[in-house]
Ligand binder design. Structure first.
Ligand SMILES: [Zn+2]
Ligand SMILES: [Zn+2]
Length: 157
Protein backbone atom coordinates (compact mmCIF):
# COMPACT_ATOMS: atom_id res chain seq x y z
CA UNK A 1 0.00 0.00 0.00
CA UNK A 2 1.42 3.38 -0.95
CA UNK A 3 1.32 6.16 1.59
CA UNK A 4 0.90 9.67 0.36
CA UNK A 5 3.09 12.27 1.96
CA UNK A 6 1.17 14.97 3.72
CA UNK A 7 1.83 18.66 3.68
CA UNK A 8 3.05 19.99 7.01
CA UNK A 9 -0.09 22.03 7.66
CA UNK A 10 -2.40 19.02 7.57
CA UNK A 11 -3.10 17.30 10.83
CA UNK A 12 -1.07 14.14 11.01
CA UNK A 13 -2.48 11.31 13.11
CA UNK A 14 0.13 10.15 15.58
CA UNK A 15 1.82 6.79 15.36
CA UNK A 16 -0.56 5.04 17.76
CA UNK A 17 -3.67 6.24 15.92
CA UNK A 18 -2.19 5.14 12.63
CA UNK A 19 -1.36 1.70 14.02
CA UNK A 20 -4.89 1.35 15.37
CA UNK A 21 -6.34 2.38 12.01
CA UNK A 22 -4.23 -0.28 10.33
CA UNK A 23 -5.53 -2.90 12.71
CA UNK A 24 -2.04 -3.69 14.00
CA UNK A 25 -2.37 -5.90 17.04
CA UNK A 26 -1.38 -3.62 19.90
CA UNK A 27 -0.09 -5.95 22.57
CA UNK A 28 1.06 -4.19 25.73
CA UNK A 29 4.67 -4.54 24.56
CA UNK A 30 4.00 -3.05 21.15
CA UNK A 31 1.93 -0.27 22.65
CA UNK A 32 4.67 0.79 25.08
CA UNK A 33 7.28 0.73 22.31
CA UNK A 34 5.08 2.86 20.04
CA UNK A 35 4.32 5.25 22.90
CA UNK A 36 7.94 5.97 23.75
CA UNK A 37 8.72 6.69 20.09
CA UNK A 38 6.14 9.46 19.96
CA UNK A 39 6.95 12.92 21.19
CA UNK A 40 8.16 16.20 19.92
CA UNK A 41 11.51 15.88 18.19
CA UNK A 42 12.14 12.44 19.63
CA UNK A 43 14.52 10.32 17.62
CA UNK A 44 15.53 7.46 19.87
CA UNK A 45 18.02 4.68 19.26
CA UNK A 46 16.84 1.10 19.80
CA UNK A 47 18.75 1.06 23.11
CA UNK A 48 16.96 4.22 24.24
CA UNK A 49 13.61 2.75 23.24
CA UNK A 50 14.46 -0.33 25.27
CA UNK A 51 15.50 1.74 28.29
CA UNK A 52 12.40 3.95 28.24
CA UNK A 53 9.90 1.22 27.43
CA UNK A 54 11.54 -0.97 30.08
CA UNK A 55 10.51 1.54 32.74
CA UNK A 56 6.90 0.60 31.99
CA UNK A 57 7.44 -3.05 31.18
CA UNK A 58 10.56 -4.33 32.97
CA UNK A 59 10.27 -7.75 31.32
CA UNK A 60 10.51 -6.26 27.83
CA UNK A 61 13.41 -7.88 26.00
CA UNK A 62 15.83 -6.21 23.63
CA UNK A 63 14.89 -8.72 20.95
CA UNK A 64 11.24 -7.68 21.16
CA UNK A 65 12.23 -4.02 20.86
CA UNK A 66 14.40 -4.70 17.81
CA UNK A 67 11.79 -6.93 16.17
CA UNK A 68 9.01 -4.43 16.76
CA UNK A 69 11.08 -1.51 15.45
CA UNK A 70 11.98 -3.50 12.33
CA UNK A 71 8.34 -4.34 11.80
CA UNK A 72 7.28 -0.69 12.15
CA UNK A 73 9.96 0.33 9.66
CA UNK A 74 8.87 -2.37 7.22
CA UNK A 75 5.28 -1.11 7.56
CA UNK A 76 6.44 2.39 6.70
CA UNK A 77 5.13 3.79 9.98
CA UNK A 78 8.56 4.60 11.43
CA UNK A 79 11.63 5.70 9.53
CA UNK A 80 15.24 4.93 10.32
CA UNK A 81 17.40 8.02 10.57
CA UNK A 82 21.17 7.68 10.20
CA UNK A 83 22.50 11.20 10.50
CA UNK A 84 24.98 10.70 13.34
CA UNK A 85 27.97 8.41 13.68
CA UNK A 86 26.13 6.55 16.40
CA UNK A 87 23.27 4.09 16.33
CA UNK A 88 20.33 4.43 13.97
CA UNK A 89 17.47 6.49 15.36
CA UNK A 90 13.79 5.80 14.92
CA UNK A 91 11.44 8.54 13.79
CA UNK A 92 7.63 8.29 14.06
CA UNK A 93 7.10 11.21 11.64
CA UNK A 94 7.14 8.82 8.73
CA UNK A 95 4.39 10.49 6.71
CA UNK A 96 5.49 14.09 6.95
CA UNK A 97 8.19 15.54 4.75
CA UNK A 98 10.78 16.98 7.07
CA UNK A 99 14.49 17.54 7.44
CA UNK A 100 16.72 17.18 10.47
CA UNK A 101 19.04 19.40 12.41
CA UNK A 102 21.76 17.52 14.29
CA UNK A 103 23.89 18.79 17.17
CA UNK A 104 27.54 17.92 16.60
CA UNK A 105 28.18 17.84 20.31
CA UNK A 106 25.31 15.94 21.97
CA UNK A 107 23.97 14.25 18.80
CA UNK A 108 20.44 15.49 19.51
CA UNK A 109 18.22 15.39 16.42
CA UNK A 110 15.30 17.72 15.85
CA UNK A 111 12.77 17.84 13.06
CA UNK A 112 12.81 20.77 10.70
CA UNK A 113 9.70 21.47 8.68
CA UNK A 114 10.78 22.91 5.38
CA UNK A 115 8.56 25.37 3.57
CA UNK A 116 7.81 23.42 0.38
CA UNK A 117 9.47 26.03 -1.80
CA UNK A 118 12.85 25.41 -0.19
CA UNK A 119 13.02 21.78 -1.27
CA UNK A 120 15.65 21.67 -3.98
CA UNK A 121 14.70 20.15 -7.30
CA UNK A 122 16.99 17.28 -8.31
CA UNK A 123 19.98 18.59 -10.25
CA UNK A 124 20.71 17.59 -13.82
CA UNK A 125 23.23 15.07 -12.52
CA UNK A 126 20.46 12.75 -11.37
CA UNK A 127 18.48 12.96 -14.60
CA UNK A 128 17.22 9.52 -15.44
CA UNK A 129 16.76 8.60 -11.77
CA UNK A 130 13.29 8.43 -10.30
CA UNK A 131 14.12 10.64 -7.31
CA UNK A 132 11.56 10.10 -4.57
CA UNK A 133 12.96 12.15 -1.72
CA UNK A 134 15.33 14.94 -0.89
CA UNK A 135 16.99 14.99 2.49
CA UNK A 136 18.61 18.02 4.05
CA UNK A 137 20.67 17.72 7.23
CA UNK A 138 21.62 20.86 9.11
CA UNK A 139 24.56 20.38 11.48
CA UNK A 140 25.75 22.63 14.25
CA UNK A 141 25.42 23.13 17.98
CA UNK A 142 22.09 22.98 19.74
CA UNK A 143 21.23 25.94 22.01
CA UNK A 144 22.27 24.03 25.15
CA UNK A 145 25.64 23.02 23.75
CA UNK A 146 26.26 26.41 22.17
CA UNK A 147 25.83 28.20 25.50
CA UNK A 148 28.09 25.68 27.27
CA UNK A 149 31.04 26.70 25.11
CA UNK A 150 33.20 29.70 25.75
CA UNK A 151 32.91 32.44 23.18
CA UNK A 152 34.84 31.68 20.01
CA UNK A 153 35.77 28.08 20.79
CA UNK A 154 35.40 25.55 18.01
CA UNK A 155 33.80 22.17 18.68
CA UNK A 156 36.40 19.43 18.81
CA UNK A 157 39.31 21.78 19.41
ZN1 LIG B 1 23.77 19.62 21.75
ZN1 LIG C 1 12.43 13.41 12.18
Amino acid sequence: MAHSLRAADEVEPDLLSRLRQRGWRLSSQRRVIAEVLVGEHVHLSAEEVHARAGQHLPELSRATVYNTLNELVAMGEVIEVSVTNGAKRYDPNAHRIHHHVVCRNCQAIRDVEPPPTTVLPPPEAVAGYAVTETEVIYRGLCPDCATDRPEGSVPGS
